[in-house]
Design a protein around this ligand. Structure first.
Ligand code: NAD
Length: 302
């Protein structure tokens, strides 16, 4: 894809990583954040990531921090927003952005779960708006879900899919704006049953995680569930579902077990205990393990 002018709004965890990916792909990137500290540190944070990954550190020179929203987006072909997960904030921001961009500039939100329709419904030109759901860290996890609303044009979707594919990401087209898009619906269907297994005394939390990591988790990166179903046979899958599905948790609300953990202040890493107890050393070791795994996978992709 020809060099594009990208504006990233929000220079936090996701925003700086998204800016990094686009800059490394050769695009000119402006980045805006309401907090001065976020802007002042963003190039250093990107340079540190690039160095750590062995990527071209000159890419950081294509990122320009801009202190005024109007200046950050004025020339942009494509704007992606990664500010706090707050619907009124995002709605207000896109209303402001729309006053400063060209009529054909594509506008994307990196919301985790807020419907794109709700964020974009107040825009004058809703047809150029969509969602792009990146995963953390943006420069290590390949997937970007590209979510269209009932108003989004096929051209806006096609441009966004190509922009991300050409930047080395794996874009997935989400054709309807449903809560959780694709990835988080699948992930949280699994988490619901994981919690239910513990809640019902079938095993402890450590065992749930061990079973996944030692069994189908090993295959998941190369064998999706529907490939797997075809591999074993849809007839066998049907037979398994007839036996297992009636027993799998299907409650349409969070588990009372999870509600109680939160009520008791067992918030996970941040309080030292959630489903399990975590020392600071164990937390650090797990974070380092995940990061190393993602780096190894990325090296394997190259
Ligand atoms: N963290 C993740 O794993 C993850 C994954 C996918 C999507 N997301 C989504 O991405 C978005 C950003 O998440 P994050 O983890 O980067 O958050 P973050 O807190 O690290 O960064 C948010 C940034 O937005 C800035 N900000 C706040 N109000 C602003 C405004 N009015 N204008 C400009 N900047 C403003 C803050 O100063 C901060 O730098 C959220 O919508 C989140 O749900 C996060």
């Amino acid at each position: 894809m020809a060099k594009a002018r990208i504006a990233v709004i929000g220079a936090g965890l996701m925003g700086h990583g998204i800016a990094q990916v686009f800059a490394l792909a050769g695009h000119d990137v402006t980045i805006y954040d309401a907090a001065r500290a976020g802007l002042d540190t963003v190039k250093d944070r990107i340079r540190t990531n690039l160095k750590d990954l062995g990527d071209d550190q000159n890419a950081a020179n294509r990122v320009t921090p801009v202190a005024e929203l109007a200046n950050a987006v004025g020339d942009a072909d494509y704007v992606v927003e990664a500010v706090l997960e707050d619907l009124p904030l995002k709605q207000k921001l896109f209303g402001e952005i729309e006053q400063h961009v060209r009529p054909d500039t594509i506008l994307a939100s990196n919301t985790s779960v807020i419907p794109i329709t709700d964020i974009m419904k107040g825009l004058k030109r809703r047809e150029r708006a969509l969602g792009t759901h990146w995963w953390n860290p943006p420069f290590l996890v390949p997937l970007v879900e590209v979510i269209e609303t009932e108003w989004t044009t096929p051209e806006a979707v096609a441009f966004t899919m190509k922009l991300h594919a050409d930047a080395g990401k794996k874009p997935a087209h989400v054709k309807k704006d449903v809560p959780g898009f694709i990835g988080n619906r699948l992930q949280h269907a699994l988490w619901r049953e994981a919690i239910a297994l513990v809640e019902n005394g079938i095993c402890d939390a450590e065992t749930v995680d061990a079973v996944i990591k030692a069994a189908f988790g090993r295959r998941l990166a190369v064998l999706g569930p529907l490939e797997n179903a075809d591999m074993v046979g849809t007839d066998l899958t049907l037979a398994i579902h007839k036996t297992v599905l009636p027993d799998i948790d299907s409650r349409p609300a969070p588990s009372p077990y999870l509600e109680k953990l939160v009520k008791d202040g067992k918030l996970g890493f941040k309080s030292g205990e959630g489903f399990r107890k975590w020392t600071p050393e164990q937390q650090q070791a797990l974070r380092a393990r995940v990061l190393q795994h993602l780096k190894t996978a990325r090296a394997g992709d190259a």
